[in-house]
Design a protein. Structure first.
Length: 206
């Protein structure tokens, strides 16, 4: 039989033994009740009920042992079936991997990777060359330019220090002169005010 058929047969047998267990347990309870019923009234019937109970308990113990054996055997077949399927899957995967790598040579792979690395280095060198600053016709040393610039800065600084305090003083700010005309001490009549104003105007013009 196939493993599946054996497992199915074992399950069916287990169901039969479980039903037998239930039957024996029920009979044992009946015999126990019979022994209690007769008790001291009918000692002979009570002893017979206890003897039957003992035989039934022995059968129950044997059934339990047989059921355990069947369960162990079924579990072993199930595990074997599972392991077989796992091994088949692993073998299938191994064959697929072998098929995938059958056209590959490790030496060729190493050669290809070395080729890729070399091309990457060439590409980097080209990028560096393109991005490098180029001065067409400019062969002046940058250090010399920096030195000349520093000398010019020193000369300018020295010139500023020499002319400190030589700046021309700004002319003083001229303020308007104070008028010499005295204001009248008190209010004057309107005619006098006009005459006084005309007199001041004449003096100012002359």
């Amino acid at each position: 039989p196939t493993p599946e058929e054996a497992i199915q047969k074992l399950k069916e047998t287990e169901k039969i033994l479980i039903k037998k267990q239930e039957f024996l347990e029920h009979k044992i309870q009946q015999e126990l009740q019979m022994a209690k019923k007769h008790g001291t009234k009918n000692k002979r019937a009570a002893l017979q009920a206890l003897r039957r109970k003992k035989r039934l308990e022995q059968q129950l113990a044997q059934t339990d042992g047989t059921l355990s054996t069947l369960e162990f055997q079924r579990e072993a077949i199930e595990n074997a079936t599972t392991n077989t399927e796992v091994l088949r899957a692993m073998e299938f995967a191994a064959q697929g991997m072998k098929k995938a790598y059958q056209d590959m040579d490790i030496d060729k792979v190493d050669e290809l990777m070395a080729d890729i690395t070399e091309q990457q280095e060439v590409a980097q060198q080209i990028s560096d060359a393109i991005s490098r600053a180029v001065g067409f016709g400019d062969d002046v040393d940058e250090d010399e330019l920096l030195e000349e610039l520093e000398e010019l800065e020193q000369e300018e600084l020295s010139r500023e220090l020499l002319h400190v305090g030589d700046k021309e003083e700004e002319p003083p700010v001229e303020l308007p002169s104070i008028p010499s005309t005295h204001l009248p001490a008190g209010p004057a009549p309107k005619a006098d005010e006009d005459e006084e104003a005309l007199k001041q105007l004449t003096e100012w013009i002359s």
